[in-house]
Design a protein around this ligand. Structure first.
Ligand SMILES: NC(=O)c1ccc[n+]([C@@H]2O[C@H](COP(=O)([O-])OP(=O)(O)OC[C@H]3O[C@@H](n4cnc5c(N)ncnc54)[C@H](OP(=O)(O)O)[C@@H]3O)[C@@H](O)[C@H]2O)c1
Length: 295
């Protein structure tokens, strides 16, 4: 019997289309407003993964017409110096969005720094004001990765209403805000974490299964309900048998694609959507500051 494979939820392609739309939207605005939208990515130290993410974000900005005001600080920068830098960016009228690239070196208090970012420029949606708005179901800047997952589900017309959604992972960056967004879309939501008992029983109950754990390929086919929609947020660097690095998700893609109805690949699934939501949030913040109503 032929094996049937799950439908691929192609984040790369969708991200490309949204970025083209953003580019068209942005094109006439600098002439009208006097400046393009601006994003400042603040990076501290030389974490190679962070450096790659920052480069990708700045490249994506350049492509759609967003100006970058990135600041790269040495690893030994003090809390006070970063607070000062964020205060300056908060006041800078060319900057619509500020993103603090995480993780930070250990001597720094990232939560306190995230609180310093003005909520209107908090394009990563991590300020308590924006997280509070999400909790209340009010509009506001939404965390990019969860927003990207929701946009992908919407694109593929995945029905969430009344469906069982299980989110594995409860970080403030992904799991918690995503669970709230799924709840807002009327899914019945379960959040699993490292202390959850009988994880395979929980994951097998999911119509929509989201893995945001950071453990390579931990979700295997026996943990997935046949015909589930599987969203793999994980990005893990592993070494293959030839000694080369490659990226894998938290889902064992090759076995799960034989069981699931739909699945996101890694790379090319959630990752490109995260960057795109960052661009979209920057444009949203620019539009709000300049009282523009964009389509
Ligand atoms: N695609 C993207 O754009 C994107 C964006 C952000 C992150 N990511 C990736 O997504 C993954 C998760 O990121 P994160 O920032 O949310 O990570 P995190 O802050 O480390 O959180 C991981 C979560 O997984 C839970 N967990 C750990 N081991 C588990 C286990 N054996 N069973 C069940 N739950 C377990 C943890 O539970 P406890 O709370 O109990 O410790 C925690 O809630 C990482 O691979 C990261 O690289 C991707």
């Amino acid at each position: 019997m032929d094996t049937t494979y799950a439908q691929l939820l192609d984040g790369k392609n969708l991200a490309k289309r949204i970025q083209t739309q953003l580019q068209e939207q942005i094109k006439p605005l600098p002439a009208k407003i006097g400046r393009p939208p601006g994003l400042a990515v603040v990076m501290v130290g030389d974490n190679p993964a962070s450096a790659t993410y920052v480069r990708n974000k700045e490249r994506a900005c350049a492509k759609v017409g967003i100006a970058s005001f990135g600041r790269h600080f040495p690893a030994n920068t003090s809390q006070a110096e970063l607070e000062e830098a964020i205060a300056i960016l908060n006041q800078d009228q060319r900057v619509d969005g500020i993103l603090l690239q995480l993780p930070l070196p250990e001597h720094l208090d990232s939560v306190s720094l995230l609180h310093q970012i003005h909520p209107d420029k908090d394009v990563d949606g991590l300020h308590p004001m924006n997280l509070g708005k999400l909790l209340r179901g009010e509009t506001g800047l939404r965390s990019c990765t969860p927003a990207g997952v929701m946009r992908l589900l919407e694109e593929y017309q995945i029905d969430l209403q009344g469906k069982s959604a299980v989110v594995v992972g409860r970080s403030i960056l992904v799991g918690k805000p995503l669970a709230l967004m799924l709840l807002e879309a009327n899914a019945t939501v379960t959040i699993a974490h490292s202390r959850s008992q009988n994880l395979p029983d929980l994951t097998r109950s999911a119509d929509i299964l989201i893995a945001a754990v950071g453990r390579p390929q931990m979700i295997t086919a026996d943990m997935v309900k046949p015909s589930a929609v599987v969203i793999d947020v994980g990005i893990n660097r592993v070494t293959d048998s030839s000694g080369k690095f490659r990226l894998v998700g938290d889902v064992h893609f090759d076995s799960v694609r034989e069981v699931a109805q739909s699945i996101t690949p890694v790379p090319g699934g959630v990752g490109p959507m995260t960057v795109t939501m960052l661009l979209q949030n920057t444009v949203l913040s620019y539009a709000t500051t300049n009282s523009l109503s964009l389509p």
